[in-house]
Ligand binder design. Structure first.
Ligand code: PMP
Length: 407
């Protein structure tokens, strides 16, 4: 399919509005992406025509809903190159996917004096579950340091690895800096000491081609809402042999084979990890989002977003007082910055008044901000529907704001 930006934009109704009398420039895509009409339609269609509970139906609607639900599982399998659809578990989001691994794999396989390795640039959702687990088990959390430009110091990671390392849980692409981590190398090294690896793919899956078999990660966690899909839906990929060894997450309907008051036997994967009625409508809607991405193709998306990022770096880079944060050469389309002598929150407010939506603050990465000696940043993050003229509006706004303090 050829890349027609106007056609792409026309598929996103929310983009076509004004805020404070100015055209909306939505640059908060790392927080959540907007949804194309096909996703909205798929959800509305489901509720209009097919609404039913799944997997236990003895009627036409239940069969249809089950089939659409399972079609998405297969689409996710293909999207990330998993070997089997059963390796795909639906959760509420990246956060719940990480917590699932901490509560099940962690409870069973991580014990006293074992070690979990994370990095300095993790999102809180890939820090706190491990802290909670380590506290409970008497295990230790080790943190890979980073450089000032926001890259993992690989040699330091190697030094942290030991036979006590049970898990390396690492962000694939940083939400605050955009840095793409050298995950393949890290996975190989972790496996050499017998550790499993979880990748937080919340920011990578929408930009980078992902093949979990090629990467050889044991787990991949991500959120549908950052992939042009609905909120309240996440994915956990796990290798079959690892998932099968793990105890269930929550107890309830669907995750059981047989229940008596004396003993319950558990269902097969993935159902063992999907207790209760799942988020059926949003799972069905997510397939439309994956189709949207696949039609454009990840390499096309990445190339276009790289161009936008490069254009933004150049445009904003020449503004007096502009301080980029996170300057790794390999990045997804995230531009974090500060304006000299200004609080990021004030910059964000001023941009908002110009119709430009960015994120400000610590971006749920407080330890990273501490490491960089910052209170926070302003973050502009680009998606496939953004344009160079929107970057111009951002740059113009930043230029005016910077002039207030940096005459
Ligand atoms: N990890 C990263 C890198 C993220 O960017 C986010 C969302 N900001 C999360 C985890 C958590 O995702 P969710 O809130 O969808 O569970």
């Amino acid at each position: 399919m050829s890349f027609d930006i106007e056609h792409i934009r026309s598929q996103f109704p929310v983009l076509h509005q004004e805020v404070y009398g100015k055209p909306l420039v939505y640059l908060d895509n790392a927080a959540t992406t907007q949804k194309p009409q096909v996703v909205l339609d798929a959800i509305a269609n489901y509720y209009t025509k097919d609404n039913s509970n799944i997997h236990r139906g003895a009627h036409a609607l239940a069969d249809r809903a089950t089939q659409y639900f399972e079609d998405t599982r297969k689409a996710v399998q293909q999207f990330i190159g998993a070997r089997e659809a059963e390796e795909i578990i639906f959760t509420k989001g990246t956060t719940e996917s990480v917590n699932l691994v901490a509560s099940t794999f962690g409870r069973k396989f991580i014990g006293k004096d074992d070690e979990v390795i994370i990095s300095t640039m993790e999102h809180h959702s890939n820090i706190v579950p491990w802290q909670m687990l380590c506290e409970e088990k008497g295990a230790h959390l080790k943190v890979i340091p980073i450089t000032d430009s926001g890259e993992i110091i690989y040699e330091e990671f190697e030094k942290l690895l030991s036979p006590r390392t049970k898990l390396v849980s690492l962000v694939h692409a940083s939400n605050s800096l955009g840095t793409i981590n050298p995950v393949k190398q890290i996975i190989q090294a972790a496996h050499s000491v017998g550790a499993k690896v979880l990748l937080d793919g919340a920011q990578s899956t929408s930009h980078l081609e992902i093949d979990v078999q090629e990467l050889d990660c044991d787990f991949l966690a991500f959120s549908a809402h950052k992939l042009y899909g609905p909120t309240g839906l996440g994915i956990l990929y796990g290798k079959r042999e690892v998932l099968e060894e793990m105890p269930p997450f929550q107890g309830g309907g669907e995750m059981i084979k047989e229940v008596t008051f004396e003993k319950t036997t558990y269902n097969e994967i993935p159902f063992k990890f999907e207790a209760g009625t799942p988020n059926i409508a949003d799972v069905i809607g997510f397939k439309a989002a994956l189709d949207f991405i696949q039609q454009l193709g990840k390499p096309t998306i990445k190339k276009y977003e790289d161009e936008l990022l490069h254009y933004a770096k150049t445009s904003l880079g020449s503004i007096k007082g502009f301080i980029p944060v996170g300057t790794a050469p390999e990045k997804v389309s995230v531009l974090s910055f500060n304006i000299d002598q200004m609080h990021p929150f004030d910059v964000g407010m001023m941009l908002d008044s110009k119709g430009v939506a960015v994120r400000t603050g610590h971006h749920c990465t407080q330890p990273l901000m501490k490491r960089l000696g910052l209170e926070g940043t302003v973050r502009a993050s680009f998606a496939v529907y953004n344009t160079k003229s929107e970057v111009d509006i951002l740059a113009e706004g930043v230029e005016k704001i910077a002039r207030i303090k940096n005459k």
